[in-house]
Ligand binder design. Structure first.
Ligand code: DUC
Ligand code: ZN
Ligand code: ZN
Length: 466
């Protein structure tokens, strides 16, 4: 087994940043030492990595990705190989992806399909949440078996009628089941049937451009769904985690529930913190690049989301990475925004964008690590294997240079997609080195991780409940 000593860096955790050296034995961390202590103790590692001037972070954990997912008449264009490689380039060492149950199909079949998609391809470790697209007696029973297999969270949709939408009677049944087996319910909260009516009115008026994707999905119908789901969770006792919250009104509902002591949690995504509805109105159909659901919001919502992140009413930032190429995929909706595949590429830039939140004073250095690694690990039962640099934890470690600069471009990014929503943006801060279970998978601009080395993580129940 190789021993590695990371020296001279600043180890960042939710408790703050401290100068420390990190000793790794094989795949796990064996000690966090006072600077220089290894020498005094006579510890000679096989290799030493100089982290002077760098942050030493627990590897990022992105708990919301969609690799190789059938959606919107096509498939998301990153598979487990390209997507996890891009993740590592951006300082993420764990993802949790979403097997999709087919209508009339079984949940177990969905998870088995996703195991096959990931095996031999994943460059970093991964777990699964299961999407319940057909809540019925059989799939409800299957939830228990999946919990035993380490798939301990289930996503429901209040949006996408006819595709993913679960009705309130289905939602409450799934919540009761989760309440019994300890799983967490994840919710895409938007009132999809009401939105469909607004969409039909827009189309009837001849409004087919991408910006109408945003104009037909009002914030009020996100907040309404968040409220409805929160009430059902209260009745059933199920832990409830809202994915991709995009508005202050939605966060306010979560705040109220949390203040009442409930197990209700919120996630937001970089696109809602940094992009806004004006991007959907870009000319020459460029707005289609920014079509995701919930839609990008007016700019003033961003400050409310940053505030939610500071107060822990939003506990996690994940990407909802769901990339489609501008050509040909997004062109499906050239004449009708309803046919634009919903989703944005983002897995590679989450850590950098949140670091920008640190340099802008929106969040602290400690909070950066908390919302991107430590809390995701605890929320979804992976702690302390993941999300922390401590003895016994997996040596998933990122050396981050806070002074390096980079310019984002689709020409140089590593996601398998032909555009970037951050094209031309200048970032201060850059991932320098990435270790995944003790193995250097990226160093100084060279990727050395092999597809298939990533392992499935059998997750426990949430470790973040009140
Ligand atoms: N939203 C997206 O933008 N893409 C995938 C699914 C979703 O809910
Ligand atoms: Zn969603
Ligand atoms: Zn999603």
């Amino acid at each position: 087994m190789t021993t590695t000593l990371i020296t001279g860096g600043k180890v960042v955790s939710p408790q703050g940043a401290a100068s420390a050296d990190v000793l790794i034995d094989g795949e796990t961390v064996s000690a966090v030492l006072a600077p220089g202590a290894a020498g005094i103790l006579g510890i000679a590692a096989d290799r030493t990595i100089d982290a002077t001037g760098k942050y030493v972070l627990p590897g990022g954990i992105d708990v919301h990705t969609h690799m190789d997912m059938p959606f919107g008449g096509t498939f998301s264009v990153d598979d487990f190989e390209t997507g996890t490689r891009a993740a590592a380039w951006g300082g993420t060492t764990t993802i949790v992806d979403f097997p999709v149950q087919k209508k009339g199909g079984s949940l177990q079949e969905a998870v088995d399909t996703w195991h096959a998609k990931a095996e031999g391809k994943a460059c970093i470790d991964y777990g699964f949440h299961a999407i319940l697209a057909d809540v019925n007696e059989t799939s409800l029973k299957e939830m228990d078996g999946l919990v035993d297999q380490g798939v301990t969270s289930f996503k429901l949709f209040m949006a996408y009628p006819g595709v993913f939408l679960s009705t309130d009677d289905q939602i409450i049944q799934a919540m009761y089941r989760a309440s019994d087996n300890g799983a967490t319910i994840m919710m895409h909260a938007e009132n999809g049937t009401a939105i469909d009516q607004i969409v039909q009115r827009a189309i009837a008026d001849g409004h087919t451009e991408p910006k109408y994707h945003g104009l037909t999905r009002p914030i009020a119908l996100e907040a309404e769904a968040v409220n409805r789901a929160t009430q059902m969770a209260d009745v059933t006792g199920a832990p409830l985690y809202f994915v991709h919250l995009s508005s202050g009104a939605a966060v306010d509902v979560v705040t109220e529930a949390r203040d009442a002591g409930r197990n209700v949690f919120g996630e937001t995504c970089p696109q809602y913190l940094f992009l806004d509805e004006s991007d959907l109105a870009r000319p020459d159909f460029e707005g289609a690049k920014y079509v995701c659901t919930p839609a990008l919001r007016p700019q003033e919502e961003q400050a409310k989301l940053w505030r939610g992140l500071r107060t822990n009413d939003l506990s996690v930032v994940a990407t909802d990475h769901c990339p489609f190429c501008f050509v040909p995929d997004k062109q499906l909706g050239k004449d009708d925004f309803r046919a634009i595949p919903n989703g944005l590429p983002g897995i590679e830039h989450r850590m950098d964008l949140l670091h920008m939140g640190v340099t802008k004073g929106e969040i602290s250095l400690a909070r950066w690590v908390e919302i991107s690694a430590a809390t995701p690990a605890r929320m979804f039962g992976m702690y302390p294997k993941k999300g922390v640099i401590a003895p016994g934890s997996d040596a998933d470690i990122v050396l981050y240079d806070p002074k390096a600069t980079q310019t984002v471009s689709a020409k140089t990014h590593h996601m398998n997609v032909d555009y970037s929503v951050y094209e031309g943006w200048e970032f201060t801060g850059k991932v320098e080195t990435v270790l995944s279970r003790g193995e250097i998978v990226l160093n100084a601009g060279e990727f050395t991780g092999k597809p298939g080395r990533g392992q499935f993580i059998k997750r426990s129940l949430s470790q973040y409940l009140i």
